[in-house]
Design a protein around this ligand. Structure first.
Ligand SMILES: [Zn+2]
Length: 107
C-alpha cells in the first residue's frame, strides 16, 4: 500500500506537489513529471466544486475539482439537484481501491 492509499484509508487526502514548479501532481507521484524533483505532500482541505455530474437511478455522481486542478470522480449527495460550480466537501476512504464522496454544502 502506498503512502497515499494508507492516508486515504485514514480519511486523509494527501496531495503531492512540487516545490520547485509550484504545481500539484495528480495522480500523486514521488517524482515531479516536469523537473524530476522529489515531490512533497500536503493535506487537502477537502473542499471542491462540481465540474459536471450525472444521475444513475436515484444517485448523483460526477467530476469535482479540488485544490487547483485536481479532478476526481465520485458520488455526489445532495438533497436537491446539484448544480455545476456548487461547493462540496469531500470524504475519502480506501478498501482495495479509493472511494471519493462529495456532499453539497448548505442543503
Ligand atoms: Zn517540478
Amino acid at each position: 500500500m502506498t503512502f497515499f492509499e494508507d492516508q486515504l484509508k485514514q480519511g486523509i487526502f494527501q496531495i503531492s506537489y512540487c516545490e520547485k514548479c509550484n504545481e500539484n501532481i495528480w495522480p500523486p507521484k514521488e517524482i515531479c513529471h516536469i523537473c524530476f524533483n522529489e515531490s512533497k505532500w500536503k493535506k487537502s482541505e477537502n473542499i471542491g466544486k462540481i465540474i459536471e455530474f450525472s444521475k444513475k437511478d436515484s444517485d448523483y455522481f460526477g467530476l469535482v475539482e479540488i485544490d487547483q486542478g485536481i479532478r476526481i470522480m465520485g458520488d455526489i449527495s445532495s438533497l436537491s439537484t446539484p448544480k455545476t460550480g456548487q461547493i462540496v466537501t469531500m470524504k475519502v476512504s480506501f478498501d482495495s481501491k479509493p472511494h471519493y464522496s462529495f456532499t453539497v454544502k448548505n442543503n
